[in-house]
Design a protein around this ligand. Structure first.
Ligand SMILES: NC(=O)C1=CN([C@@H]2O[C@H](COP(=O)(O)OP(=O)(O)OC[C@H]3O[C@@H](n4cnc5c(N)ncnc54)[C@H](O)[C@@H]3O)[C@@H](O)[C@H]2O)C=CC1
Ligand SMILES: O=C([O-])CC(=O)C(=O)O
Length: 318
């Protein structure tokens, strides 16, 4: 008889099997980070099963060992190690992320209930927009500790910034680091002073004017893709960002990555979720790293925090 190891693989559930959710599921499986459960609403059960099966049928060709299950039944998510929330509507040209708040808040409440019931010990990463406020909703509705409820914005926003810098300098993306703080809106704060190419501060390599243009393009990066796609928003880079965060937690890498964290005094903010530098490991957000900011940077971060606070203030639970 064949002896099979009883060592269990990690389990990641991805809620929402649309563009971002399906792409995330496929990347997670390809990287063999976990078995993946892809969940959508009952009306989408068959397409969700179809997507999962289609991905699984790529595994012999690509040589990855990971199961991918499509379902509309939250019981299948039971005891997930990590739950990634991508459920909800996405914006179309002419809309802001805030236009999604009412619909997605209702969806978040349902999703939170299911996560709390079936995976009470899980780490949660929220993508659904407006993401700072939706992360807050999931935090309040699950009652999970703050280190276990995390939002994704900064990895994506920094990736956009780094892409534009690499294009500008015509050098490898691998040597460029960048940090974007604040809310995931057009007033986010790309921290040029903390961004480098091969260890050299960007300010020494790119003119002030060009850097300002890159910062502006980064702030509007989501909208640029929305205008080009015409019928939805970005999903390849957002999925890649989610997978980097999941990997940091599953492998307990203690990565320093920007994430949306619940702040209780850090950076001078109280009781809001905001994008800040964090250490991500097996316990989720293990630390918020406070940086020294110039007066100008702090004013910009204050403005971004105020925008997030305004969205949070219109949530039904306030
Ligand atoms: N934070 C970020 O950086 C980013 C956030 N987003 C946001 O992510 C969300 C998803 O975007 P896409 O995947 O492109 O949208 P999509 O429309 O392709 O997929 C969303 C899926 O969620 C499903 N859904 C709705 N209610 C559900 C529920 N209660 N349970 C399970 N599934 C449910 C829908 O049926 C749909 O299949 C949007 O709110 C979008 O704005 C997208 C990109 C980046
Ligand atoms: O722009 C959107 O609506 C989706 C998103 O958050 C992004 O791509 O940054």
């Amino acid at each position: 008889m064949l002896q099979v190891s009883t060592l269990k693989r990690k389990k990641v559930s991805v809620i929402g099997a649309g563009f971002t959710g399906a792409t995330t599921a496929f990347l997670l499986a390809q990287k063999e980070l976990a078995d993946v459960v892809l969940v959508d609403i009952p009306q989408m059960e068959n397409p969700t099963k179809g997507k999962a099966l289609d991905m699984l049928e790529a595994s012999p060709v690509q040589g990855f060992d990971a199961n991918i299950l499509g379902t509309a039944n939250y019981e299948d998510t039971k005891d997930s190690d990590i739950v990634v929330v991508t459920a909800g509507i996405a914006r179309k040209p002419g809309m802001s992320r805030e236009d999604l708040v009412q619909t997605n808040e209702t969806i978040m409440k349902n999703v939170a209930k299911e996560i709390a019931q079936y995976s009470p010990d899980s780490l949660i990463i929220v993508l659904s927009n407006p993401v700072d406020a939706m992360t807050y909703t999931i935090f309040k509705e699950t009652g999970f500790p703050k280190n276990r409820v995390i939002g994704q914005s900064g990895v994506l926003d920094s990736a956009r910034f780094r892409t534009f810098v690499a294009q500008e300098l015509q050098i490898s993306i691998k040597d460029i680091t960048g940090f974007v703080l604040g809310g995931h809106g057009d007033d986010m704060v790309p921290l040029v002073r903390y961004s480098y190419a091969g260890g050299v501060p960007l300010e020494k390599l790119i003119s002030k004017d060009r850097l300002e243009q890159i910062v502006d393009r980064t702030r509007k990066g989501g909208g640029e893709i929305v205008s080009l796609l015409g019928n939805g928003s970005a999903y390849y880079a957002p999925a890649a960002a989610l997978v980097e965060m999941v990997e940091a937690m599953i492998k307990d890498q203690k990565r320093i990555l920007p994430a949306i964290a619940y702040l209780e005094g850090e950076f001078g903010y109280q009781g809001i979720y905001l994008g800040v530098p964090t250490i991500l490991g097996a316990n989720g957000i293990e630390k918020v790293i406070e940086l020294d900011l110039t007066k100008e940077e702090k004013v910009a971060l204050d403005q971004s925090a105020e925008s997030v606070r305004q969205v949070i203030s219109i949530l039904s639970q306030n």
